[in-house]
Design a protein around this ligand. Structure first.
Ligand code: ATP
Length: 403
């Protein structure tokens, strides 16, 4: 007997979403389309978890199907990708749905992006391009079997047993970013890899070369996993030797240590703090095509780690050492070196600034550029030592210099 999850659907999804699914269902029936909820949303419905993205798989041409919905004024099509025949549409109350045509893919080069072999194939053929059995479930949206779960790969069983299982032995060779997806799902759902999947993963990871990899996908998955800010993601990343994928070095750091620092100092790029403790390889850093701000974290770390560490006796010395470095890089420096000055900087000094600027000092009567620089430095020293607090004190100090 097939599993039907109409009840879960009605209790877990909002009225607005249910109405939209009903419109899609009617339109599919009227026009002989077979459509399904697919992937993450079906998994999350079965897990009774909140799901964010709604993906519908259309057996046939999803763009054509979307146009039928748009003609009836049910939605606005906001995005179309002709090569994959996918579309995005927005319905009433801002309900957004991704529509994809069923497709078969193959990987011409190991690790690189797949090439579409066939569009509009059967649902069963579509399912085999997916990563894990728990992400390969579909739920029919056609009236005659609305809510029926379609499970070609034993995904329901794996969900019940909290197992992450790939669909075939070549899965990680095709797309190594699935190793990181595995990490993400394991942490998020508290699932485990089945023994065979674990063995396949270890075999892939212990290959010497990981050059034939899509770094874009790896980066995206690392970002998602580490942005969860879960200590166990990091611990598993180290224990399962996932860092070898990016030619990383295993540090003696615990996830909880990083999470505690992140929660306290709230850096903007949480994921980079985790990542930068293992990623040192310059070529890989280049391959990641980091944004400017992201790249700065790595260059800051490099500077700090290579800087000549003289004695840091005063707050001023500490301030100068870390000045203008990103919070992320100071945290990573602390994690790697355990130099307590890094935390003194973040805790006490990071936000200290001289309030007066050069122009204001000029207006007070000091015109020589060099002298202004010297005064600013003296003001900073005094502020860091706690001898000056308010702006008025800064002004008094400048005036005393004029005298
Ligand atoms: P999340 O809750 O993190 O969004 P999701 O499973 O919905 O999880 P997506 O990245 O949105 O994740 O992917 C949607 C679906 O596409 C997945 O459920 C899976 O079936 C498939 N998929 C995504 N990435 C891959 C991949 N690298 N290899 C194979 N299938 C994938």
């Amino acid at each position: 007997m097939s599993l039907n999850i109409k009840k879960q659907l009605n209790s877990q999804l909002s009225k607005d979403v249910l109405n939209v699914l009903e419109l899609c269902s009617q339109t599919a029936d009227e026009n002989d389309f077979k459509i399904y909820l697919i992937g993450g949303i079906v998994r999350d419905l079965l897990l009774k978890r909140k799901s964010f993205d709604i993906d519908i798989s259309v057996e046939g041409d999803a763009i054509k199907f979307c146009h039928l919905l748009a003609e009836k004024k049910y939605c606005k099509i906001t995005q179309v990708q002709n090569d994959l025949k996918t579309a995005k549409a927005v319905f009433e109350h801002d309900v957004e749905i991704d529509f994809a045509s069923t497709r078969q893919e193959f990987y011409p080069r190991r690790g690189h992006l797949p090439v579409v072999a066939k569009i509009g194939c059967s649902l069963e053929e579509d399912v085999y391009r997916r990563d894990f059995t728990i992400n390969s479930l579909a739920m029919s949206l056609n009236k005659e079997n609305y809510g029926d779960v379609i499970d070609y790969v034993g995904g329901v069983n794996d969900l019940n047993n909290k197992k992450l299982r790939v669909l075939h032995d070549n899965s990680f060779n095709e797309d190594p970013s699935r190793i990181l997806r595995c990490l993400k799902f394991a942490a998020r759902f508290n699932f485990h890899r089945d023994e065979h999947t674990k063995a396949l993963q270890e075999k892939y990871i212990n290959r010497q070369l990981h050059d034939d990899i899509s770094w874009t996908r790896i980066k995206s998955e690392l970002k998602q996993s580490f942005s969860l800010n879960m200590a166990k993601v990091y611990d598993m990343f180290l224990v399962n030797e996932n860092y070898k994928l990016i030619y990383g070095e295993r540090p003696d750091i615990k996830g909880l240590e990083i999470k505690t620092l992140i929660d306290k100092y709230q850096p903007e790029h949480v994921w980079l703090v985790y990542l930068a403790t293992v990623l040192k390889n310059k070529n890989i850093i280049e391959s990641f095509c980091f944004t400017r701000a992201e790249k700065k974290v790595f260059t800051d770390i490099e500077h700090l780690m290579n800087a000549h560490l003289s004695m840091m006796n005063s707050n001023y010395d500490i301030y100068k050492f870390f000045d203008k470095k990103s919070v992320e890089s100071v945290l990573v420096y602390y994690l790697l070196t355990k130099r307590k000055e890094a935390l003194i900087y973040l805790e006490k000094l990071y936000l200290i600034r001289v309030e007066l600027n050069g122009d204001e000092i000029k207006e007070l009567g000091i015109t020589d550029g060099k002298q202004i620089g010297k005064i600013l430095d003296e003001l900073l020293k005094k502020k860091l030592a706690g001898n000056i607090v308010k702006k008025s004190d800064e002004i008094d100090f400048v005036k005393s210099k004029i005298k």
